[in-house]
Design a protein around this ligand. Structure first.
Ligand SMILES: [Zn+2]
Length: 276
C-alpha cells in the first residue's frame, strides 16, 4: 500500500511529467475489480476528462489529488499497486483499472493490488468525501508541531487501551502513516507496538514525535519504500529496518533477536530489548 512518502513521490513525478498534458481519452481499464472505487460510470469518466488538462497534483495523507482543468479533480486514494507513466507506443500493463491517454499518445495507468479509490469530482466536491472530509493534520504539514502531537496524545491517551501502533495506524489519527512505516517509527522511538500511549512521559512523546517526522522525511527523500514502485516503474530507495527480513536477526542497535507478532491486523517486527 502507498503511504505518505510513496504518494508524495508519485505526485512530484506526476508534476514533472504529466502536468500540462492534454487528455485525449480515458477508461476504467481492462480488468473489473470489486475493490476499485469509482464514482462515475466509465462513459461519464471518459466524457468529462476528454480535452481537459492535467493540473498540479498534491497529496494529503494517502490521497493524491490531480486537478483535471478546468473544473474537475481526479483522486487516487488508499491505493497500492502501480501508478505508471508510459511513453507513446509502450505496452499497456496486463491488467489496469484506469487509463488516461494524452494527445501526444503518451499515457498513464493505475493498477491496484488490493483496493483503492480512482474517482473524479467536480472541483470542491472531493472535500466532502468520506476519509477526506475532516482529515486531520498530516506529518508533512507545518501545523504538525510537537504541541499539536502532544495534544493528540492527550486526546487519545485517555483511552486506556490505545497503543502506540494504534495511534500510528488506526482511524487516520495521523493521516498518511500505515503498517509499513509504523514499524520503523516505533523502532526509532524505542516503543513496543503495544505500549499504551496514555503513560508516555515527555521524553517518550518527544522521541515518538521526532521518529514520525524524521522517518517520513527520510522515506520521502529516498523516493518511497523499496517494496513500492514509482511513476516510472522503479522501486523506491527507502529500505525498512523492521520488516520480515529482520525477523530472527540481531537488532542493529542492541543485537537482541528481532521478533514478530500479529497485532492489530498485521505483522509487527520489533526488538524485545530496546522497544519497551
Ligand atoms: Zn534492540
Amino acid at each position: 500500500m502507498f503511504e505518505l512518502p510513496e504518494c508524495i513521490t508519485l505526485a512530484r513525478q506526476m508534476n514533472s511529467v504529466i502536468r500540462g498534458r492534454e487528455i485525449a481519452n480515458g477508461n476504467h481499464g481492462n480488468s473489473p475489480h470489486k475493490f476499485v472505487w469509482y464514482n462515475q460510470s466509465e462513459d461519464d469518466f471518459a466524457r468529462l476528462i476528454k480535452g481537459k488538462t492535467i493540473g498540479e497534483s498534491y497529496v494529503r495523507g494517502r490521497w493524491i489529488f490531480t486537478p483535471i482543468e478546468p473544473g474537475y479533480v481526479f483522486v487516487i486514494g488508499e491505493c497500492g499497486g502501480k501508478v505508471l507513466f508510459h511513453e507513446p507506443g509502450e505496452k499497456l500493463p496486463k491488467k489496469y483499472h484506469v487509463s488516461i491517454t494524452f494527445v501526444d499518445d503518451s499515457y498513464f495507468t493505475i493498477t491496484t493490488q488490493m483496493w483503492g479509490a480512482m474517482e473524479l469530482y467536480v472541483e470542491g466536491d472531493e472535500l466532502e468525501r468520506d476519509y477526506i472530509k475532516g482529515m486531520r493534520t498530516t506529518p508533512v504539514e507545518s501545523e504538525f508541531t510537537y504541541e499539536y502531537f502532544d495534544g493528540l496524545i492527550e486526546e487519545f491517551g485517555g483511552e486506556k487501551k490505545r497503543s502506540a501502533k494504534s495511534l500510528l495506524t488506526q482511524e487516520q489519527i495521523i493521516p498518511g502513516l500505515g503498517n509499513a512505516i509504523a514499524q520503523d517509527i516505533l523502532y526509532q522511538a524505542r516503543l513496543h507496538p503495544r505500549h499504551p500511549i496514555g503513560d508516555l512521559d515527555d521524553g517518550q512523546r518527544q522521541r515518538l514525535y521526532m521518529a514520525i517526522v524524521g522517518t517520513v522525511e527520510e522515506a520521502i527523500e529516498k523516493g518511497g519504500r523499496c517494496d513500492e514502485y514509482d511513476l516510472f516503474g522503479s522501486k523506491g530507495g527507502y529500505v525498512r529496518i523492521m520488516d520480515k527480513n529482520a525477523t530472527g536477526k540481531p537488532c542493529i542497535r542492541c543485537a537482541s533477536v528481532v521478533e514478530k507478532i500479529q497485532y492489530l491486523g498485521g505483522a509487527c517486527y520489533f526488538c524485545p530489548s530496546c522497544q519497551l
